[in-house]
Design a protein around this ligand. Structure first.
Ligand SMILES: Nc1ncnc2c1ncn2[C@@H]1O[C@H](COP(=O)(O)OP(=O)(O)OP(=O)(O)O)[C@@H](O)[C@H]1O
Ligand SMILES: [Mg+2]
Length: 258
């Protein structure tokens, strides 16, 4: 049996008096990509933010438990959890738009300086970020900002990377680039990936956990879920046409909007 990095059990969360998570439970094994899926507003980001101690002021965990390497981290301060070795690329990317690319990367270094090998990896994965080191992050494209958000998670010796909807709102050509970058990152570290794009899931995910209305309604091998079109349609509310037949994310040539 593979050990888990993260274990979530019976997690209930209230925000502003509303029950948002109704008892979420799943594991993030120490290898591969675990996809957290589900329609808009089902509680994916709330789950991630609960793990990281990043609920809003009017939000709280009312029941359940989160572990990291078997240690109880429920309600642990964010900085303490992050120091255990968690890299996080948030839903809004969290890039400092008025700072340069280089400054954004420097700020992401924890506990002293990142090593040469951290930057070598970043520049190998994202050559654009080296070329644009002195450019203000706010002037980057959406895809480049997403690459920067992912790059920041690679500057520390992390044990786990959490990425929240990295391909949201990106043109298909850029989705392809980000997916390829994530595929290479996933070769280095286990990942909890919040994602709704099934083509991206098909390329990256080993396991799939599907939320609906604050509950886990499915978990298992990603390939098994994707192969079951009825189930995918029921759980994710997507039309049959949206389910990719191939393992590729569409090429730019196939999409006139990019
Ligand atoms: N700060 C908040 N205040 C009030 N309600 C919130 C807050 N954050 C989230 N919610 C509510 O919690 C529910 C789950 O939201 P969450 O952002 O976790 O969903 P999600 O699955 O990440 O959705 P999306 O795919 O749109 O990112 C939604 O109904 C949302 O309106
Ligand atoms: Mg979200």
């Amino acid at each position: 049996m593979t050990a888990s990095v993260i274990g979530v059990t019976g997690l209930q969360v209230e925000i502003a008096g509303s029950r948002i998570l109704q008892g979420v439970g799943f594991d993030v094994p120490a290898t591969g990509v675990t996809a957290l899926m589900g329609r808009n507003g089902v509680g994916k980001t709330t789950t991630v933010r609960s793990i990281l101690g990043l609920l809003p002021d009017d939000g709280r965990i009312t029941a359940g438990r989160v572990t990291f390497d078997g240690h109880d981290i429920t309600r642990e301060p964010t900085h303490a959890t992050i120091r255990r070795g968690v890299g996080y690329a948030p839903e809004d990317r969290g890039v400092f738009t008025r700072l340069t690319v280089a400054e954004n990367l420097t700020l992401a270094e924890r506990e002293g300086r990142a090593g040469r090998h951290h930057y070598d990896l970043v520049h190998d994965l994202f050559p654009d970020l080296r070329d644009r080191a002195q450019q203000r992050a706010g002037t980057l494209s959406g895809g480049q900002q997403q690459m920067l958000a992912i790059a920041r998670t690679l500057l520390n010796d992390n044990r786990l990377i959490i990425v929240d909807e990295p391909t949201k709102g990106l043109a298909p050509r850029v989705v392809r680039q980000v997916t390829e970058a994530l595929r290479r990152v996933a070769g280095e570290l286990p990942m909890l990936l919040v994602e709704q794009n099934l083509a991206v899931i098909r390329q990256l995910a080993d396991r799939a956990v599907v939320l609906d209305n604050g509950r886990v309604v499915h978990s298992g091998p990603a390939a098994e879920l994707l192969a079951d079109r009825e189930r995918t349609t029921t759980l994710l509310g997507v039309g049959r046409a949206a389910i990719p037949r191939t393992t590729r994310v569409p090429d730019a040539e196939e999409d006139s909007t990019s």
